[in-house]
Design a protein around this ligand. Sequence first.
Ligand code: G1P
Length: 286
Amino acid sequence: MSAKLRKAIIPVAGLGTRLLPISKAIPKEMVPVVDRPLIQHVVEEALAAGLNEIILVTRAGKSAVEDHFDRHYELETELEKKGKTAILEALGAIAPPELKLTSVRQGRALGLGHAIHCAAPLLQADEPFAVLLPDVLVKPQPGSQAVDLQAMVAAYEKQQISQIMVEEVPLERVDQYGIVDCQGVALAAGESAPLVSLVEKPSPQQAPSRLSVIGRYLLPGEIMPILGRTRPGAGNEIQLTDAIAELITQGQAVAAWRMQGRTFDCGHVQGWLQANQRLGQEAGLL
Ligand code: G1P
């Protein structure tokens, strides 16, 4: 895995059932977090880490996500006429010149692994790529400048092996996540260590650790053919976790990278409200 990381796949085809009724007529990725839609935070995170080629895996009814990154000539002309330069600049910053955004459709909801595989035709053979799950916001600790995805990309460039961002969760919540097995290595924040396996949504009794996959992955192109033949696993869905486990079985090194910042799971109402409350306060708006 030696090619430069440029591409980030962001799956946005989910139904957003945990956010209903908010997400009935608007994509869950468009819910506001402080002053911008959730998806804009995630694209900004990718851009800040040098991942400027974004591939959205989307579906019917979600065009607002793509529209958000497109030009809006009527609005821009009106704002220009009225001399509203600050708002115009804020709009321009949504899609800076380096952002290259494409999209591909996931026709059927067969799971995260299937969604990622839908982007395979948009990658070069064996091209490494990032995956960012947009439900989860990753932000530095208050007052810290340490940006986790940037640091993880740096770790990838140094070690030249796949990286998966993890954080510790209470034992009673391990069954909501992919859980990694680093053979008991005590991983400090900002460090990475090779993992020997990972398992999707284990019971607390079967979990190999409390280190959970939070939805930021740097993966080799070799995983695409594996995803193409991965059978449905947990929840009867084609799981990205299972394909990564297979990659390790085939002898590819994969590291767990323990994050330094904090996460907000905006895929459910409580996490989304917490993100708005905490980040709104920190921005001096509440
Ligand atoms: C997905 C992944 C899981 C990961 C989680 C992070 O699960 O399959 O491994 O821990 O995202 O949010 P989902 O939340 O889609 O069920």
